[in-house]
Write a protein that binds this ligand. Sequence first.
Ligand code: PLP
Length: 391
Amino acid sequence: MKLANRMSRLGTETAFTVLARAKALEAEGRDIIHLEIGEPDFDTPANIIDAGVRALQSGYTHYTPAPGIPELRQTIASHISETRGLDFKAENVVVVPGAKPIIFFPILALIEAGDEVILPNPSFPIYESMVNFMDAKPVFVRLSEEEGFGFDLDMFADSLSDRTRLVILNSPSNPTGGVLSKDQLATIADMLRDRPDVMILSDEIYSRVLYDREHVSIASEPDMKDRTIILDGYSKTYAMTGWRLGYGVMNKALAEAVTQLQINSTSCVNASAQMAGIEALAGPQDAVDAMVAEFQARRDLIVEGLNSLPGVTCQLPEGAFYVFPNVTQLGIDQDELADRLLNEAGVATLPGTAFGEYGKGYLRLSYANSQDNIRRALDRIGELVTAAASV
Ligand code: PLP
């Protein structure tokens, strides 16, 4: 069998590869602490589960309209309008299975071979994978540690060209936890204002996982609303990774194109998950507040613990549930370090290079795990790096 050439350009998400290796070690009886996968360890709040079960029992077992159940689209439009200070309608919303298709579908709908797409590096690997799949050119803007992992704005200005068609932003960021400030977003918007041919994919999946600050979206900058695709969803905020429920908010014409891609691929999201999604946004939010408070306590714990280790320095992230410690002083390459942490210490992490070349010298750890497990992981990492540092 010969696969189509385009398959050789498709990348992957290393987190799933490492998760499979960690599970294989567990099957052999090893005790592994999971700091690799970006998935809340909490259960979905009970009111949301109840809404999903009620929906199944009351007949939500059929196809729904392809872009989503109208009431859910309206609920999402109201939520995004309120939280981003804009006026969106149900027609701007497409509900998809997990937020990932809002990377896949708009890139399929907008990008031609040879186009340029500007994206952060390090960043969520699916962006680069999809750009390559389209035979387009990824143009990387470094997220530098010295600037709190914000966008290097000079590099961004230099990256813009006549061929630029899309800019991808992700704040709060996976893998760094860095957040783009309102000033930075305003500067990016200024640079794009006279380039109406350039769209923006703003991945805001971690918009609710922010510590002591408010979320800002580039869509709220003057003239940017119709040019921005807001990606958001339920996986991270409501601990709903397995439900596969996400959405994009975008101009009406693009929403129609994305809907057509949905009709050609998944048809629609399962009906009961969509009904649960209405409850998630419209119901009480205290479970979300409690999860974010717990993430913040874990962040403080893991950052302090990592900074106390020889050869490791770690910034305090302002959002998401990842830390991106600098391990260059250890003198062990990040890929080897991640391998040794898994195989020798039983701690699953990802090398920074899983997120691009500027991730060299870093590890990514997800702290979506209990404080007890984080303490145990820190002890194990400490033993390994102390032994490495003394060699
Ligand atoms: N965008 C970013 C930055 C992510 O980290 C993830 C998941 O890890 C997604 C999108 C996809 O989310 P979902 O699981 O809802 O498809």
